[in-house]
Design a protein. Structure first.
Length: 489
């Protein structure tokens, strides 16, 4: 059988998924993959790091319980889950287990951290060293930094917050150059023709790797203290088209004031079902995503859907109040999933010519990897479509792509069933298809011994790349009839 080498490339607009925050618990990646049928570019985690504070490392709402809830941010430090690494920290705690799980399944870690802006450089270097083994990692520090609600904004000046972000950039670029810094700051104001606090954050805009803003199309900021009802003042719904143009104008203004051109992302985007109801939530998000597809400028690099499962109504699922491990699917899930599978939001596969086995597969990130492509021919819709891995392959960690669907093979798994693709996409006429195989790192980590030397890097390329040898092809079983079937009716 002739097989080809293929390259995994970026989508025109990538999609990341928020998974856990002050509003909901982390949901494991196998469940997300089963629900979404496809891997995201990245999974967004939200943590806080105030190691010198009283009460640390407990979550703020646990360390400082309130008899009467007064808002998600009315604590000495943000009520995200504590980042357990850092100086004298525990790299076996949160969020490291989740980060490994994310990378094993062919996705990048998108980590939000609110950090005490008074921390010294020693703490920042420790965090940078924590994150070195996770390949390309997107790090958003002290987001929504022109706002008033986060603790870092209340305990420091905006000038200090901006200077602290610049310090973070310099530390991470030196000690963990694989980590890309996201500045999530103010947005464009049409009346002034400027970005909010653009003068204060100008150097931060120049130092960061990625520009960002958070933009909700509807939001109930009074959650969980009150219920959004008509006539209330703790929520708002915004004109979707005006929000879209405002975000694009932010990018144009950033290019103008910095003289630079960087990727632009929206790090939190959704419409709050508390305000619009579940049907309106799906309708608004579909409209926004369709505008991105139809816009010839292709200005947005990625956005993060906030979030998968939410205790309120900002998720594709809402948390079952009887059992937090159970989610209740909302109409938004099917709508978002349908858009997610469109070509515009899907990574591209490029053919790189024939390849011989054994083949050395390189994994850098979800937008830069080398794999193999196996041609398939189906005369009819199959009753069985399975991939078997013998003793030479069983320990490999692999991602399989069929159409727009992603299937994960963990180390030790001997068979992957592809039939869910055909349940949703039955073959009506004979068809030629391709099965793509990629190999993210088996433990979710990059290792120095698994890199290769480079002229510009005495340590080699291990910060950016992981390599896996595919010794041979797995066995592919496709059957177009049942093994046995008796019908007497």
């Amino acid at each position: 059988m002739s097989i080809n080498k293929v390259l995994l490339k970026a989508a025109p607009c990538a999609l990341d998924m928020g998974d856990g925050s002050e509003r909901g618990l982390y949901v494991n990646q196998d469940y997300l993959l089963q629900k979404m049928k496809k891997a995201h570019r990245g999974i967004s985690l939200m943590y806080t790091y105030y190691p010198n504070d009283k009460g640390w490392p407990q979550r703020a709402s646990v360390a400082f319980p309130q008899d009467v809830p007064s808002g998600a941010w009315n604590y000495p430090y943000e009520d995200y889950f504590p980042y357990e690494g850092g100086l004298n920290g525990n790299r076996q705690g949160e969020p490291f287990k989740f980060m490994k799980e994310i990378r094993q399944r062919g996705q990048d870690v998108v980590l939000t951290m609110t950090i005490d802006p008074e921390l010294d450089e020693e703490h920042l270097i420790a965090v940078a060293k924590d994150l070195r083994p996770y390949g390309r990692l997107l790090l958003r520090i002290n987001h929504e930094c022109t706002g008033t609600w986060f603790c870092f904004s209340r305990r420091s000046t905006y000038e200090n917050v901006a200077a602290f972000f610049v310090k973070c950039c310099k530390v991470f670029h030196k000690y963990a150059p694989n980590v890309k810094l996201i500045l999530c700051a103010g947005m464009y104001d049409e009346a002034s023709g400027k970005i909010e606090m653009e003068d204060i954050f100008l150097e931060a805009f120049k130092e960061c790797d990625i520009w960002s803003g958070d933009q909700y199309l509807a939001l109930h900021w009074g959650w969980p203290v009150d219920v959004a009802k008509k006539g209330g003042n703790s929520f708002a719904c915004y004109d979707c088209d005006k929000v879209y143009e405002k975000a694009k104008a932010t990018l144009h203004r950033l290019r103008e004031i910095t003289g630079q051109d960087k990727p632009m992302v929206l790090s939190e985007l959704n419409a709050d079902g508390d305000v619009t109801g579940p049907y309106g939530q799906a309708e608004i998000m579909e409209h926004f995503m369709q505008r991105l597809i139809e816009d010839d400028e292709k200005w947005l690099s990625a956005f993060t859907m906030y979030q998968f499962r939410d205790d309120g109504r900002l998720g594709l699922e809402i948390t079952d109040p009887n059992n937090s491990s159970v989610g209740i699917e909302q109409p938004l899930l099917a709508t978002y999933r349908n858009m997610f599978h469109k070509d515009f939001f899907s990574q591209k596969i490029e053919n790189a010519g024939s390849v011989e086995l054994p083949a050395k597969l390189r994994w850098s990130n979800s937008e830069d990897a080398e794999g193999v492509q196996i041609p398939l021919h189906l005369e009819k819709n199959p009753h069985f479509a399975e991939v078997y891995f013998d003793k030479d392959l069983v320990d490999l960690n692999l991602i399989l792509q069929l159409g727009s669907y992603t299937f994960y093979k963990a180390p030790g798994v001997k068979c992957v069933d592809l039939m869910s693709y055909f349940f949703d996409n039955p073959v009506k006429n004979s068809v030629d298809m391709n099965l793509n195989i990629f190999a993210p790192p088996a433990d979710g980590l990059n290792h120095p011994e698994n890199g290769k030397p480079g002229e510009d890097s005495p340590d080699g390329d291990w910060l950016y790349n992981s390599y896996t040898v595919l010794p041979k092809l797995p066995e592919i079983r496709i059957e177009i009839e049942p093994v046995q079937m008796i019908k007497n009716w």
